[in-house]
Design a binder for this molecule. Sequence first.
Ligand SMILES: Cc1cc2nc3c(=O)[nH]c(=O)nc-3n(C[C@H](O)[C@H](O)[C@H](O)COP(=O)(O)OP(=O)(O)OC[C@H]3O[C@@H](n4cnc5c(N)ncnc54)[C@H](O)[C@@H]3O)c2cc1C
Length: 384
Amino acid sequence: MNKLDLPIIEFTDEQVKFRKEVRKFLEDARDSGTFESKCDSWLSGYDPEFSRKIGSQGWIGMTWPKKYGGSEQSAIERYIVIEELLAIGAPVAAHWFADRQTGPLFLRYGTEKQKEFFLPKITEGSCYFSLGMSEPNSGSDLASISTRAEKTDGGWILNGSKTWTSGAHHSHYMIVLCRTAPKDPKYRHGGMSQIIVDLTSPGVSIRPIKFLTGEKHFNEVFFENVFVSEENIVGTEGDGWKQNMQELAYERSGPERMLSTFPLLGELISVLRENNDKQGLKETMKLVARLNSFRLMSLGVAQYLEEGKDVSIAAALVKDLGTKFEKDIAETARLIISSVPSVHSRKQFEKYLAQSILHSPGFTLRGGTTEILRGIVSKGMIAE
Ligand SMILES: Cc1cc2nc3c(=O)[nH]c(=O)nc-3n(C[C@H](O)[C@H](O)[C@H](O)COP(=O)(O)OP(=O)(O)OC[C@H]3O[C@@H](n4cnc5c(N)ncnc54)[C@H](O)[C@@H]3O)c2cc1C
């Protein structure tokens, strides 16, 4: 397979109808004051009550087996729900990581006990996970991590620290990538495992790091002699690197990699229409055209992921193009309309613009930096 050959997805009439139902549900919820729309809501919109509401609709773990609380729908139905949640800027951060990648990780590698225990709680919208990969001295070079777990009676003793961990201060658990065997200079990617850490365990401390907006969305997390039961290892001891890399396709290819600032794009178009600003609209339509092409790629990746195909190269490309695009929305809006952006403004446009500008430095870092993604794509193309 050419690694960038993706299927073209066309929505069926039923899927179009389903999208309308989802949109109506979300517009009603917003208009009745259930939530306030914001940009980058998948990172900053923490609202457990809303997550449970979404869970009760069957919109978390949508593709998972019914016996674990899922709804056994297709990746495309899930994509529709995810797009609508992001487009309206709904507060989905609480359950986001568990729905997007921890659930699929458990389905692929988890024990029956782990699936039965965690998946129904995740689909209910009441069990949240964070992702413990980056460390103070290991970001892009993730294989250099030094957080380690050592064998003890009935489990492991964990020591080390993680950083930039989104949502750890709100999560119940973290999937920690750690060393379970000493570093082997001949095989850097060996000796790592993924373990589930209960964030209320003795020895865990979580220190939030402030965003430019003053809000707290990510954290430093420290592990000091934390006991982790042997049941909490995910998959095979020593296979953590391989498992983690497979997870990254889920992390990189979804619509959140291009829609973080979509509420601003919608508001920009409304303001330009009100002002009858034809030149501004022409500039903005260039963004809409770009969005359409990334969206087709992202949809194709979602389909292939469901079919179990290796889409890591295409996922890296979607993330690179999409995150540059969501930054460009903020830049275009800033240049076209003269305004004073403020997160406290009463004007929706100014508020969205401030949220977008202040969050956008992180878009091309989180989930893998632009330089790293381009390295993956170019190496993947050479290897073909
Ligand atoms: C908002 C946000 C949320 C995040 N959430 C999480 C989370 O939940 N869990 C988690 O584990 N991590 C999280 N991260 C961390 C993120 O994954 C890292 O910031 C990222 O992987 C880069 O690592 P680093 O910050 O250590 O930068 P470094 O790796 O030090 O990179 C610094 C610069 O050098 C460049 N560079 C590095 N190596 C190379 C190379 N080989 N070739 C070319 N250029 C290179 C990079 O592209 C970058 O520009 C989050 C980050 C942000 C901004």
